[in-house]
Every structure is written in structure tokens, then in C-alpha cells.
Design a protein around this ligand. Structure first.
Ligand SMILES: NC(=O)c1ccc[n+]([C@@H]2O[C@H](COP(=O)([O-])OP(=O)(O)OC[C@H]3O[C@@H](n4cnc5c(N)ncnc54)[C@H](OP(=O)(O)O)[C@@H]3O)[C@@H](O)[C@H]2O)c1
Length: 348
């Protein structure tokens, strides 16, 4: 219980900053280093980056310095996947939890996991892909709920994010404010993401002793009826103000597991999905049919904020001690079992 793990935070964006704050504040962890891409952050004390007292640990954009740093674990949260860098970290003797995945073995990530597996064996280290979705709401949560079932016919998972209440870089990254023509003419952060999300579906279907036969996808766009002003910009009338991704895993010739991602800015759009506040929801149809909703408590204004980014950071943070203790190789939720987080009960 009293063991402390030396941890490196890799990138300090939206997710990485929340993780860095946690690593500094959690007595089970000792901050060993911070890798930043932004040259303006290099040389800055980690505490200053997240508005905490100075830590004495200066962020660096020198990758070699980080690779040479003695640490138990790296919380890896860069903007883009970098399997070769993950492998270097693993070979240097550091366990890695990554918000970029891979999350569970599938055909599409086989080559990446082969490289990761070899690096883990060389370094005697472990790798775990983590986050809210993929990583929790569409895999370990429904998998846990299956214990309440006599029979399961269909599982639907909803991520409902009203970005008007919780604006972030994803408004731009996801192509909000573009015309449909612009949107379809170039890739954005969601392009090809069904494959990453299918890791979660594969975990559940495999966990239930079946195989995914095929995946299918649909995308529905909603256009702003009037200009929509949010904290950070304007979505012009007639441009994209809502995106609904629907991904389906087919099992035994039926649509068995469906993921719905609804990202939108308020409700002044066509179509208006009338989704209400941000939340995650899992629906299992069968015997019995059940649902579970997960959301933030309302703030002083009565608003429920979207906690997906916060939870993405914390899901990695709370698993780090267990990943450090795991045997070398890929660590999935099945390997982790019931995670016992360290350092959460403390004075504040
Ligand atoms: N599994 C999940 O549920 C889940 C949920 C949300 C996000 N994610 C993933 O988590 C990662 C971090 O998300 P985020 O919201 O924190 O993103 P973000 O706000 O865009 O921050 C990413 C950070 O990456 C660094 N960066 C800058 N240029 C880069 C480059 N060329 N290559 C790699 N990294 C670069 C920067 O770090 P510095 O500022 O330190 O220089 C930047 O702040 C993303 O890959 C995202 O897809 C996963």
C-alpha cells in the first residue's frame, strides 16, 4: 500500500493536464518527468503547467532525456498514436498506459500489438490501453453489467456530449462549423475511428464467448439553424453543429452491439435530437432488459458537464499501479480484473 510509483506524463493537452494534476496530487505516485511537444512549455515546472505549486520537475521536449529517466510508468496521452515511441518506452523498462490504445486485440491492431508484445518482453514491462471510450463505457462497464443478465439480445452504448456546455479542441478537430461538403472532403479526428472503437466491442463479444462477424457504420450530421456562439467561437448557420456516429458489431447475423456517439452544440439544429444533457448510457436488451446512465452531478448552475476527458485521464491514472504489477505484455481489462486504485482516499 505504501509503495510509490515513479510516473512520467507524456503530453500535457486536455487529457494529459488532468493526468499530470492527478500524478502530482496522488501520494501513491511520484512525478518523474513530463514530455511536452510545445517548445513554450519546455523548461517550465510541471506544477506551473497545471496551476499547482512548483514540483521541481521541469517539462522537457527532449525525448532522449525522458527515455533515459528512471520511472515505473508512463501515462501516454499525445495527440497522435506513435507505436514505435511506445515500444521505445517499454524497452527502456517503463510500463505504459496509453489513452490512444490499442485496447483489445483485433485484426486491425494485430501488427501494432505484435510490436508492443515484443517490446514488453524485451523490457519486462506491460502495456494497457485506457480511456472512457474506448476503454470503459463500451467495454468494461457493459461487460460488468452482463453479470446481471439471464439472456442478452442486444447491447447499445451511448456517448452524449453537449459541447456547448463543455467546449474543447474537439469542436475544431471533429469538423464542427464546416459545411457538409467541406466535412466529407477531408479527414478529421473521427475518420477511421470505428476500428479503434471496435476494440471495445471485441472485448465484450469475446468475453461473451462469441465472435464479431462484421462491422457497419452510419453517420448523421445536424446543421445549425442560426449562428451558435460557444465559449471559443461561433458555429455559423447552415454548418455542422451535431454529429451522430453509429457503429454496429454483427454477431450470428444480427446487429448485436451498437455504439452511438452524439456530439452536438445545444439544440438549435436540424435535426434536433433532443438529447438533453451530457451523459453516458448503456442499454442491455434481454432478460431482464436494463439501462445504466452515468453523468456528472449538476454544478451550481444546474449544468451537467461532459466528463469524458476527465475520466479518460483518470481511468489510466487509477490503473497505473496495477499495470506496473502485471506480468509483462498487453494488459487488457480481463487481465486487470477488479482494479484497486491507490492513493484516492486522502486529505484535500
Ligand atoms: N480513449 C479515450 O476515451 C480517449 C478520450 C479522449 C482522448 N483520447 C486520446 O487521448 C489523446 C490526448 O487527447 P487530448 O484531448 O489531450 O488531445 P489534445 O488536447 O489535442 O492534446 C494532445 C497533446 O499532444 C501534444 N502534441 C502536440 N503536437 C503533437 C504531435 N505532432 N504529435 C503528438 N502529440 C502532439 C501536445 O502536448 P503538449 O501540450 O504537452 O505540448 C498536445 O497538447 C488523443 O490521442 C486522443 O485521441 C482518448
Amino acid at each position: 500500500m505504501s509503495k510509490s510509483y515513479r510516473v512520467i506524463q507524456w503530453a500535457t493537452g486536455t487529457v494529459g493536464s488532468i493526468s499530470l494534476r492527478h500524478i502530482i496530487e496522488n501520494p501513491a505516485y511520484e512525478l518523474a518527468g513530463v514530455l511536452v511537444y510545445n517548445p513554450a512549455k519546455s523548461g517550465v515546472d510541471a506544477g506551473d503547467i497545471v496551476g499547482l505549486p512548483k514540483t521541481g520537475v521541469l517539462a522537457t521536449n527532449d525525448v532522449e532525456k525522458i527515455i533515459a529517466t528512471d520511472a515505473d510508468c508512463v501515462h501516454f496521452a499525445p495527440q497522435f498514436q506513435d507505436i514505435d515511441m511506445v515500444c521505445r518506452l517499454l524497452r527502456s523498462g517503463k510500463n505504459v498506459v496509453s489513452t490512444v490504445g490499442p485496447f483489445f486485440p483485433t485484426e486491425h491492431n494485430a501488427a501494432a500489438l505484435k510490436k508492443i508484445g515484443a517490446a514488453c518482453q524485451d523490457g519486462g514491462t506491460s502495456f494497457h490501453g485506457c480511456g472512457i471510450h474506448p476503454g470503459f463505457i463500451g467495454d468494461i462497464l457493459p461487460m460488468t453489467l452482463t453479470r446481471l443478465q439471464n439472456r442478452i439480445d442486444r447491447i447499445e452504448v451511448f456517448e452524449i456530449a453537449n459541447k456547448l456546455k463543455s467546449p474543447s479542441v474537439y469542436i475544431q478537430f471533429m469538423g464542427f462549423g464546416q459545411t457538409p461538403e467541406e466535412f466529407y472532403s477531408k479527414p478529421n479526428v473521427m475518420t477511421g475511428s470505428m476500428e479503434a472503437f471496435s476494440d471495445s466491442m471485441a472485448l465484450v463479444v469475446t468475453g461473451l464467448g462469441k465472435k464479431i462477424e462484421k462491422l457497419s457504420e452510419k453517420l448523421e450530421l445536424a446543421l445549425a439553424k442560426n449562428d451558435i456562439h460557444y465559449d471559443g467561437g461561433v458555429i455559423r448557420a447552415g454548418t455542422i453543429a451535431g454529429e451522430h456516429y453509429e457503429w454496429t458489431a454483427w454477431v450470428e447475423s444480427k446487429p448485436f452491439m451498437l455504439f452511438h456517439l452524439y456530439y452536438f452544440l445545444g439544440d438549435d439544429m436540424e435535426p434536433n435530437w433532443n438529447l438533453g444533457e451530457s451523459r453516458h448510457r448503456v442499454v442491455i436488451e434481454g432478460d431482464p432488459s436494463i439501462e445504466m446512465t452515468l453523468n456528472a452531478l449538476p454544478d451550481v448552475n444546474g449544468d451537467r458537464h461532459f466528463l469524458g476527458i476527465t475520466w479518460t485521464a483518470l481511468l489510466g491514472n487509477t490503473a497505473m499501479a496495477a499495470v506496473c504489477e502485471a506480468k509483462p505484455g498487453l494488459v487488457t481489462h480481463f487481465d486487470l480484473g477488479v482494479v484497486q486504485p491507490r492513493g484516492l482516499i486522502r486529505k484535500h
